[in-house]
Design a protein around this ligand. Structure first.
Ligand code: CA
Length: 240
């Protein structure tokens, strides 16, 4: 019996600049994928809420609602769809990272089509249900924290955590190596998995967001600890 063919991923592009939108449509269709293009923020958010997409590529500056507003709104409603933000200037990057709004990745304009396609492919790969080796654990627990890789869900006590795909991968990686200190470069290589040269602040920003979701704060972390001069370590430490 032949397996059912898997449908290509369905992507949403929210971009108001017509030539960039056309370029994205052309090249992302080629992944292959089905691509829907929406030119403004409000309709873009409505589409993202109304239809299941496998990933969304959105511009930061949009008429109606900004890309930031859309990210924030989707995450606030518990949507886990992978989001890739396009920013016009490197300076805007700080804003995106500073707001820790829940985008999984970002690309600065002007971008290379090849790189953008590679990033979208990586987002889709991470969001796809992972095929784990038979003997690999699919669930891990640490104190009141539980994570299920097969279902891509995590709980703190009875409360389900709303994690982006990257935050999920980061938490899974940490929980699989309790007590081990990782440098930011190691985390970039092992969790992000592609060339993010020198983007230590990417790691910091995701760790801060994950910590907040785990109820950790910088001075009294129970799960993710800063290892001075090295990076981070995951280990359960009871609050004093
Ligand atoms: Ca724009």
């Amino acid at each position: 019996m032949r397996p059912m063919p898997t449908p290509p991923p369905h992507l949403l592009v929210i971009e108001d600049e017509q030539d960039i939108a056309a370029l994205l449509h052309l090249h992302l269709s080629d992944l292959p994928a089905t691509v829907k293009v929406i030119p403004d923020g409000r309709s873009g958010l409505a589409a993202a809420l109304g239809e299941p997409f496998d990933a969304i590529v959105l511009d930061l500056r949009l008429p109606g609602l900004s890309g930031l507003d859309i990210c924030r709104e989707l995450r606030a409603r518990g949507h886990r769809v992978p989001l890739l933000m396009l920013t016009a200037r490197a300076a805007e990057l700080d804003r995106v990272l500073g707001l820790e709004l829940g985008a999984d990745d970002y690309v600065t304009k002007p971008f290379s089509v090849l790189e953008l396609k590679a990033r979208v492919r990586a987002l889709l790969r991470r969001a796809a249900p992972p095929v784990a080796p038979i003997d690999a654990p699919s669930q891990l627990a640490c104190a009141e924290l539980n994570i299920d890789r097969a279902r891509r869900r995590a709980w703190l006590g009875t409360q389900e955590l709303v994690l982006t795909p990257r935050e999920f991968d980061l938490l899974w990686h940490f929980m699989g190596h309790p007590g081990r200190a990782f440098t930011r470069a190691e985390l970039l290589e092992q969790v992000w998995g592609y060339g993010h040269d020198g983007y230590d602040h990417t790691v910091n920003s995701h760790i801060n967001r994950l910590r907040a979701k785990l109820g950790d704060d910088r001075s009294e972390s129970r799960f993710i600890h800063t290892v001075w001069g090295i990076g981070y370590r995951f280990e359960w430490v009871e609050a004093p």
